[in-house]
Design a protein around this ligand. Structure first.
Ligand code: WQD
Length: 340
């Protein structure tokens, strides 16, 4: 299939571009580079060994989005594009709602106008909110989120599900990611957050490479084995493979829209991840235990059964793989992707 990847210059998007190409699909990317760099294209083309067309514009531009579908042959869409920083979304709610919702509206309208009926959407475990029983299961009904970012994911899942149910032939997979980490085995692409990393793995990686002084562990008094919070970390190449599996499952999917958890089904604590990273680097890394971060939950992980049984997908990589691959990327690219 010829697949449009929105946000394809981003962390998960770029890894999914490579997985789609490796699976034999043609890929084109649209990205406004608001949270990524144009140099990602050259890295992807070098790894893939082929041209990967990039269209640089903001999907909230309805006319440009429609023109892309009018001029390009597109069979399916994998939709990553959107603002994704939880903390930032609390301080800029209107920008998050406008950007994430309007870009999805423009995309869905262009798909409907041009008869594109296959969509894989980048959702998040954050939609389970704060009360869902762990492990999280897709049929949990009380979706919610305490952040505007998470609420955009809840809303977009509902919008796309409603559109799929009234549109002839639409099939939509809603992929709920847990904690994506790691990097492509080449070490040539990886997570490259702008500014101070919000997420744990890139922060540890920047400590290891000398860009940050030390890790602050947000809370050492949680009701967990070692007192630090537990999450379901999954390797970004496993996550990318999950997108290919979902895309290729759509034709066989009975429902117009269906959610799938992409996770390992296992919780790992902050300190366990830190120790695994130290094994990858071969030395201890400086850290201190600090206060809990507002809004964090003690522990959650996925029930990945539906993805196993319906998508034939399973996470394969270990925590040590995730750390070793992250370290290869970060040590070879201490400042992330070059600007030009
Ligand atoms: C993991 C653990 C922190 C940084 C977030 C979003 C979620 C999704 C994935 C988009 C927590 C602790 C972190 C640090 C720390 N993003 N931590 N020191 O919060 O589980 O999920 O990213 O979809 O929507 O909420 O991931 O990596 O930020 O934190 O101790 O410097 O690491 O408290 O327990 P999180 P995270």
């Amino acid at each position: 299939m010829r697949v449009l990847v929105s946000g394809g210059a981003g962390y998960i998007g770029s890894h999914t571009v490579l997985a789609l190409v490796a699976a034999g699909h043609d890929v084109l990317v649209v990205d406004d580079f608001s949270n990524s760099k144009p140099t990602v294209q050259g890295r992807l083309e070098a790894i893939a060994g082929r041209a990967i067309p990039f269209h640089a514009f903001d999907l909230t531009d309805v006319d440009k989005t429609e023109r892309l579908f009018a001029h390009e042959q597109i069979d399916a869409v994998v939709h990553f594009a959107g603002f994704k920083a939880v903390g930032e979304s609390v301080t800029k709610p209107l920008e998050y709602y406008r950007n994430n919702l309007d870009s999805t509206f423009a995309l869905a309208a262009a798909m409907a106008k041009h008869g594109v009926t296959r969509l894989v959407f980048s959702s998040s475990a954050t939609v389970y909110g704060e009360k869902a029983p762990v492990p999280y299961q897709e049929d949990y009904e009380h979706l919610s989120s305490s952040s505007p970012y998470g609420q955009t994911k809840v809303m977009i899942e509902r919008v796309l599900s409603d559109v799929a149910h009234i549109s002839e032939g639409w099939k939509v997979a809603l992929l709920r990611y847990f904690n994506p980490v790691g990097a492509h085995e080449s070490g040539d692409i990886g997570e490259d957050p702008q500014g101070v990393p919000n997420n744990l793995m890139p922060f540890i990686a920047q400590v290891a490479v000398g860009r940050r002084e030390k890790l602050t562990v947000f809370g050492g008094d949680y009701p967990t084995a070692d007192g630090t919070a537990e999450r379901d970390y999954l390797h970004v190449t496993d996550l990318a493979a999950g997108h290919v599996a979902a895309l290729e499952h759509l034709d066989d999917m009975a429902e117009p829209a269906r959610a799938f958890n992409l996770g390992t089904g296992t919780g790992t604590s902050v300190l366990q991840l830190l120790k695994a990273f130290e094994r990858a680097v071969g030395r201890e890394l400086p850290y201190e235990i600090g206060p809990r971060r507002s809004g964090d939950l003690p522990a959650f992980w996925a029930d990945p059964t539906r993805a196993h049984t319906e998508l034939g997908w399973r996470a394969t990589k270990t925590i040590d793989d995730m750390c070793a691959d992250t370290w290869r990327w970060q040590s070879r690219n201490p400042q992330g992707f070059p600007d030009a």
